[in-house]
Design a protein around this ligand. Structure first.
Ligand SMILES: O=C(O)c1ccc(O)c(O)c1
Ligand SMILES: [Mg+2]
Length: 636
């Protein structure tokens, strides 16, 4: 479908916005009047510049509170409209958006609104222009598309049509069962936006918290499917008013925006088809984006750490305390492979490699994740279809090339499959040695800390690239501020990734982002089937475990009624506890490595499906206390 976006959705000057919109792949733009007023130059230049970039100007929105006014005001409005029609002629914009009146004394009189819009359409027709009428969900009289449609129908002018906006219909929420029955050719334009459900009035929600489809809680795919069932084959356009995008870099926002429309098309295509009641035929007349399906992710094949000569030793010592064994060294690179159970960790300090450049930017950190899929090339194909940048690394003779993309954070996501996995370890000289039975068996989840403002974008990235779905968002209280957390995971729960952002500068999350100079993995959770034995073995191997305050254990005893023996065992081992229904979650943490990342050991019992969020504040407080005492020691 043709794709457009309103200039209000991005930060920057009009020229910056147009460049970002064109670069992301859009066909057209909606221009808000302010963007034009603030542009210092002839309007014709804007038209020419947009055309040079390959963008059409699809819509212009120059004023509000048009319809349902006194006769005197109506005449003034028409005179003003004439000036705007001339401007639209210079801009080359064919359609004027008129949104429903939000004034204080608008009469309940659809006849008057229809007559006034008729006259506006008549004037527009003389300029070969059209008028689109849109119901704002906070309009004084007209709040629903249904009522706006009745007015358009009553006016009955070929240059007057309806503009739909998913936000107004879904946020109200309005009954939109009649929408698929509208005549598609009378819908002149369709605006799309999502939003989180925050319990606010539609006006406040709309002006500050709109988001791109797929980033909020509204069912925009079903809305689009209903629009397409009318036979509508025009443009779909994003119109986002958001405090976040107002300050985000316009290029990033435009890329996200374009990706969100593609994902929306894919999701709308999968909606149950809407049938035309009379003919029984599917009325959708447009092609929708059809990328390769989301990969089946079997798990994490390996996690790769970038280190240098100085911190390789301490990091390898930490792996050893966790019970990892060096399985082998790379045949030609300064890369080692460590393993335990199904977990594989690659430690990379090869100069002139991707890992080395990542290390220069971010210090010791996770520079790559390898996901085990059913078909690595198909997974790469989907990611590329969604605009991922593909990464082709340096591959030595007889070495394996693994398909990879860059993540939102700049690290790599490798795709492996059965064939690649079989060859992967052949790049290493494997050291034969019987290992003790593994206590840590696989990676349960990988948590990432993101810079403020990047959560929605990252969730969209993982939805599009990997077909992951977001879980409910939770607020966690760090002693130094709030942390918002939202996990993305696949249906099989073989890949889980909690994503955290913090608005305050001193939380564990914010410190991690600041230490990494960007997004980064801040903890890796390793699964065990016997957390008591794992805690004991780690302790015996010299691992430092994050101490948990004893008061915490009084509280969980009161909350969950744990028996004394079990409680004592948990307390002695600094293990945290959570329970939902019959499911239990037991977990403990290692001390952070250079104030960056740490490991968590987790045991899930009886179908527990989340991440111990009620315990997150205890962990954050314990980490903060540990940091304070480390500082006190350093100052002695
Ligand atoms: O918030 C507003 O005023 C506003 C303006 C135009 C629109 O298309 C819209 O959906 C909202
Ligand atoms: Mg709108």
């Amino acid at each position: 479908m043709r794709k457009s976006i309103a200039t209000v959705s991005l930060s920057g000057t009009l020229i910056e916005k147009l460049e970002a919109i064109a670069a992301a792949g859009f066909d057209g733009v909606e221009i808000f009047e302010n963007d034009l007023l603030f542009y210092n130059g002839p309007v014709r230049d804007v038209r020419r510049y947009a055309a040079d970039l390959g963008l059409t100007i699809d819509l212009f929105q120059p004023f509000r509170d048009f319809e349902g006014v006194s006769e005197e005001q109506h005449q003034r409005n028409l005179a003003r409209a004439e000036r705007k029609f001339d401007l639209m002629g210079e801009l080359g914009a064919p359609l004027m958006l008129v949104c429903s009146n939000v004034g204080t004394d608008v009469p309940d009189d659809d006849g008057r609104a229809a007559a006034q819009l008729y006259e506006l359409a008549e004037r527009a027709a003389r300029h070969q222009l059209k008028i689109g009428y849109e119901a704002l969900s906070w309009g004084t009289q007209v709040r629903t598309f249904d009522r706006a449609w009745r007015i358009v129908e009553k006016a009955n002018h070929p240059h007057l049509g309806l503009i739909l906006d998913s936000f107004h219909t879904l946020a109200l929420p309005d009954d939109w069962s009649s929408l698929p029955g509208l005549p598609g050719q009378r819908i002149f334009f369709v605006q799309l936006a999502d939003a989180p459900r925050l319990g606010m009035t539609p006006l406040t929600l709309s002006r500050h918290f709109r988001s791109f489809p797929g980033q909020g809680d509204l069912d925009v795919p079903a809305f689009l499917q209903a629009v397409l069932a009318t036979g509508y084959a025009g443009t779909i356009s994003l119109e986002i008013f958001s405090d976040e995008t107002r300050s985000a870099p316009p290029r990033l926002t435009a890329e996200d925006a374009f990706r969100s429309l593609r994902l929306l098309e894919e999701q709308a295509r999968k909606q149950p088809a809407q049938q035309d009641k009379t003919s029984g035929m599917l009325r959708r007349r447009v092609e929708l984006f059809d990328p390769p399906p989301a990969p089946v992710i079997r798990g994490i094949r390996f996690v790769e750490f970038a280190v240098d000569q100085r911190n390789e030793g301490p990091f390898v010592a930490l792996l050893d305390q966790l019970g990892f064994r060096r399985l082998g060294r790379h045949r030609s690179k300064q890369v080692s492979l460590f393993g335990q159970g199904d977990i594989r960790i690659v430690v990379n300090r090869e100069p002139d490699s991707f890992a080395a450049s990542f290390f220069l930017m971010h210090g010791p950190s996770v520079c790559a994740l390898a996901l085990e899929t059913d078909d690595a090339l198909a997974a790469l194909g989907r990611a590329e279809a969604y605009g991922a940048s593909r990464f082709d690394g340096r591959v030595g003779p007889n070495e394996l090339a693994i398909p990879a993309i860059r993540s939102d954070a700049g690290s790599l996501i490798y795709f492996t499959d059965h064939e690649i996995a079989a060859n992967f370890e052949s790049d290493f000289e494997i050291e034969p040695e019987a290992s003790p039975p593994a206590l840590l068996t696989r990676i349960d989840h990988i948590a990432e800390a993101l810079p403020d403002g990047r959560l929605d974008s990252t969730v969209l990235f993982y939805r599009a690239m990997l077909g992951l779905e977001p879980e409910a968002s939770v607020m966690l209280a760090d002693p130094y501020g709030l942390v918002r957390s939202k996990a993305v995971s696949n249906r099989e729960r073989t890949f889980r990734m909690p994503l955290n952002i913090s608005e305050s500068r001193n939380t564990v999350t914010a410190r991690s982002v600041s230490n990494y100079a960007g997004a980064g993995v801040h903890h890796i959770a390793l699964a065990t089937d016997d957390i008591m034995a794992a805690a004991e073995r780690l302790k015996a191997r010299g691992a430092e475990i994050l101490p948990i305050p004893v008061n915490y254990y009084d509280d969980i005893q009161a909350r969950f009624g744990l028996d004394d023996m079990r409680l004592e065992a948990l307390r002695d081992a600094n293990i945290l506890y959570d329970r939902v229904g019959d499911g239990e979650f037991l977990h403990f943490y290692t001390m952070p490595f250079e104030d960056r990342f740490y490991f968590e050991v987790v045991q899930r019992i009886g179908g527990y499906d989340s991440y111990g969020a009620p315990n997150a504040p205890v962990r954050m407080a314990a980490l903060a206390a540990n940091r304070m005492s480390a500082r006190d020691l350093a100052e002695l």
